[in-house]
Design a protein around this ligand. Structure first.
Ligand SMILES: *[C@@H]1O[C@H](CO)[C@@H](O)[C@H](O)[C@H]1NC(C)=O
Length: 801
């Protein structure tokens, strides 16, 4: 046998298979109860295999297990199979049934193998067992009859009949117990409601549940089942009003409780507890109102605005703890308050408007709005100030602001028009807007000269181009309409165009002389000026200008008789023994100037016999001062000086011969006295110088005297030349160089308009003044001009020269 070559273990395995193959019929089968003591005899293997104990021993019979605990052993002396370890079937196999243990019996020489199988029999060694000692169930009182409530099943480690077979329960009028078998074969119990529960009668039930197995002896397990009867929600909440209405003033204070809804529920406890909520409410209103879910108070959480919503409608739901609900409707009306001022909306403004706009010209369109209702929204609109405007209502709430009369920019160039809107609330609210209106200019005012006519006084001999006067015109319009351009209206003055005499600065109105004027040629002329504005169309005005040329003393007296420097000195003849005052002749002179400049005075400058002749100061008449006698006979030579009264004073002189003779033919005397006269002339010059020195001395002496008097007592002014005896001939008319008579300067023009020109006699300053003027041009004459208001003799002294 090739089996010998194998090792012992391998040989055992092979032998085992071999025996199984060939001793298939030999299988030992036993059964033993679990939980047997050690050494408990299961069977006699020797007998079962028909082998005597000696053989068993000789052949070294033994048991071979597949591993794990060796529960059995063999006594080879007796051949008995014994329990070696405690066997717990429930631990070994659980719920598996049947539960078997297998091993082999081996004998050597020859090797023999026998299979053995021991079935472990169950003992009822475990009671049924509930996992918890008590169970809780909650069942509503409203639960329908026949309802089933599955209970926890009990467990039993034993199997088969030793497992749970039945349940029992303490008696109850409300429940029946049914024992059922589940799909895994385990038994379980269920409660069936057989009588309507009533929470109000009994709300707690306790039952004992017992599970029993089928073993012998029978074992049991018990648990408590606590049943809580639950109250059913058998009452709905009920609102005490189905509709709530409330009126609230808008602007009600925040957190103001608007109203309170109330619902009642007859259920007790949870089912009687009501929770309020809005079931239907707009999104807007949900931001305005809040409901207290416990009390049902509805609170305003945001100020109401009538203008936004007049009525707030919502639904409130009351819900009890069992979920039953009821609804009510809530209407909260807002009552308008005058909380909105009127609004004035200006839709269009026309500004500026021209001042010549006709009355009823529309300036602006306004619309008035007040968001309040009723009287609170009735608006009255008016103008605040008294102005040339009016408000005319047009469409509803629309007004037109228009002019009520024609405007005048020159009166008012802009207006602030205040428009007030007042509503009818109490107290009323108002608003004001101001429309600023500008009035644009129209050229409706001509320029106006500041004088209707102008008089310009200008001295003759002026420089060409010198400024001689100025005019001014004003225009009440503005800008271009008020810009003035001056011009001279062309006309003829003494055959000359005005423009050759004058020019005007078109911007400033300054008038310039184009040429030098000569009073002696033209003393007065007039012309027209125009002032024109630059508006379109332009307006203009004109004014008359009188130009008066003021005379200057530019002409020396012109002696007409006797002609000065004439070679033939014709002689006037004075008869012997002529009376005093006999007019010998008359010096005739004219002055081309006028007024004072032409007022001539005559004086005797030199005379052969100064005591014989006097010259009329104003008349120029040469008269005898005394009766002539035969001693005076002969030729007398006189030098007469003619002076005007201008400033500077101009003078001319002439000389003449006077023959004092019996009769005209007595002319031989003339020649005889010529040399004598020449001598006399020289003497006269010496006298004159001495006189001058004396006069000067006297003058200085008197001046010193006067000054000392003045220093001692204050000067009393007021008395002038008229008081000094220098009376002027009245009624002298103005003069144009045609007459030889001296003229008064008291002409109307001079005395009123040109006081500067009144000359030294009339215009001397009030203080004392004396001057000695030596005329360079006429150096042969020395003029002494003494003016002294307080000393009337001064002029007389001068005359004595
Ligand atoms: C109008 O109002 C403006 C601004 O308040 C002010 O400057 C102006 O002087 C006012 N004009 C008149 C005419 O009152």
């Amino acid at each position: 046998m090739h089996a010998h070559r194998y090792s012992e273990g391998q040989c055992v395995g092979l032998a085992f298979i071999f025996i199984l193959c060939f001793t298939n019929a030999v299988k030992l089968q036993y059964s033993v109860s679990e939980e047997q003591k050690k050494g408990y005899v299961v069977s006699n293997i020797g007998n079962d295999l028909s082998v005597d104990p000696q053989t068993l021993s000789d052949r070294r019979a033994r048991l071979v297990f597949d591993g794990g605990i060796e529960y059995f052993q063999i006594n080879i002396n007796t051949g008995m199979l014994l329990v070696k370890e405690n066997i717990d079937r429930d631990e070994l196999c659980g719920q598996t049934s049947p539960c078997t243990l297998s091993f082999q019996v081996i004998m050597e020489r020859p090797l023999q193998l026998y299979g053995a199988e021991v079935e472990i029999l169950d003992l009822n060694d475990n009671p049924p067992k509930f996992q918890k000692k008590e169970y809780f169930l909650e069942i509503s009182e409203s639960t329908a009859l026949g309802a089933r409530f599955v209970l926890e099943n009990a467990e039993d480690l034993d199997v088969g009949i030793n497992a749970v077979q039945d349940y029992q329960m303490t008696q109850s009028e409300y429940f029946q117990l049914n024992t059922q078998t589940g799909i895994d074969g385990n038994k379980y119990a269920e409660l069936v409601l057989v009588k309507q529960l009533d929470y109000e009668k009994i709300n707690k039930i306790m039952l004992y549940l017992t599970a029993t197995d089928g073993g012998n002896p029978q074992r049991t397990g018990t648990t408590e089942v606590h049943i809580n009867v639950l109250d059913a929600n058998d009452n709905y909440p009920v609102f005490n009003q189905t509709v709530y209405r409330v009126r609230l003033l808008e602007n009600s204070a925040k957190d103001f409780v608007a109203l309170k809804v109330t619902a009642t529920d007859f259920d007790k406890g949870l089912y009687g507890e009501i929770v309020y909520s809005f079931s239907r409410i707009s999104v807007t209103d949900s931001n305005i109102f809040k409901i207290n879910d416990r009390t049902g108070e509805i609170t305003v959480i945001k100020t109401l605005d009538y203008e936004e919503s007049k009525v707030h409608a919502m639904e409130v739901q009351a819900k009890d703890g069992g979920g039953l609900t009821a609804q009510c409707k809530v209407f909260i009306e807002t009552v308008d308050m005058n909380d909105n001022a009127p609004e004035i909306i200006v839709s269009s403004v026309t500004s500026p408007i021209p001042e010549n706009s006709s009355p009823q010209t529309v300036i602006a369109l306004l619309s008035i709005r007040d968001r309040d209702d009723g009287d609170n929204g009735k608006v009255r609109c008016f103008l605040k100030d008294h102005q040339p405007f009016k408000l005319i209502p047009s469409l509803k709430n629309f007004y037109q602001l228009m002019t009520s009369k024609q405007l005048d920019r020159e009166e008012s160039s802009e207006y602030n028009i205040s428009i007030v809107a007042v509503d009818g609330g109490s107290p009323p609210l108002s608003s004001t807007i101001v429309i600023h209106l500008q009035v644009s200019d129209i050229n409706d005012n001509p320029p106006v000269f500041n004088q209707a006519s102008y008089a310009i006084y200008t001295k003759e001999n002026n420089n060409a181009g010198s400024l001689i006067g100025s005019v001014n015109a004003f225009d009440r319009d503005s800008d271009q309409n008020a810009r003035i351009v001056y011009s001279v209206v062309e006309s003829q003055v003494l055959g000359l165009p005005t423009s050759s005499l004058l020019s005007i600065n078109s911007d400033t109105g300054d008038i310039y002389a184009v040429r030098s004027f000569d009073y002696e040629k033209i003393d007065h002329f007039k012309f027209s000026l125009r002032a024109q504005d630059t508006g379109s169309p332009s307006l203009n005005a004109s004014a008359e200008v009188n130009v008066f040329i003021v005379d200057q003393n530019d002409n020396a007296p012109n002696i007409l008789h006797p002609l000065p420097n004439s070679s033939d000195l014709s002689s006037e003849i004075v008869p012997l023994e002529a009376e005093a005052g006999h007019v010998a002749t008359k010096v005739v002179a004219v002055d081309a100037d006028s007024g004072q400049n032409a007022w001539l005075s005559f004086q005797l400058l030199k005379a052969t016999d100064p005591s014989l002749f006097v010259v009329g100061f104003h008349t120029g008449e040469i008269r005898t001062a005394r009766q002539t006698t035969a001693k005076d006979a002969g030729r007398h030579r006189l030098v007469v000086i003619v002076k005007d009264n201008g400033q500077p004073q101009l003078s001319s002189s002439t000389s003449l011969n006077i023959l004092v003779a019996e009769h005209l033919s007595d002319s031989n005397l003339e020649n005889a006295n010529v040399e004598n006269l020449e001598e006399n002339d020289q003497k006269l010059t010496v006298y004159l110088i001495i006189s001058l020195a004396v006069i000067s001395f006297l003058f200085i002496a008197s001046l010193v005297t006067i000054l000392s008097i003045k220093v001692c007592r204050p000067y009393r002014g007021g008395k002038h030349f008229v008081a000094s005896g220098l009376t002027l001939p009245a009624g002298y008319s103005d003069w144009k160089g045609k007459e030889s008579l001296p003229r008064s300067y008291f002409t109307k023009d001079r005395s009123t308009t040109d006081p500067q020109n009144t000359g030294p006699l009339m215009s001397m300053p009030a203080n004392q003044h004396a001057s000695i003027v030596v005329d360079e041009n006429q150096s042969s004459h020395i003029l002494v001009d003494i003016n002294c208001k307080a000393e009337p003799w001064s002029w007389m002294n001068a005359e004595h020269l």
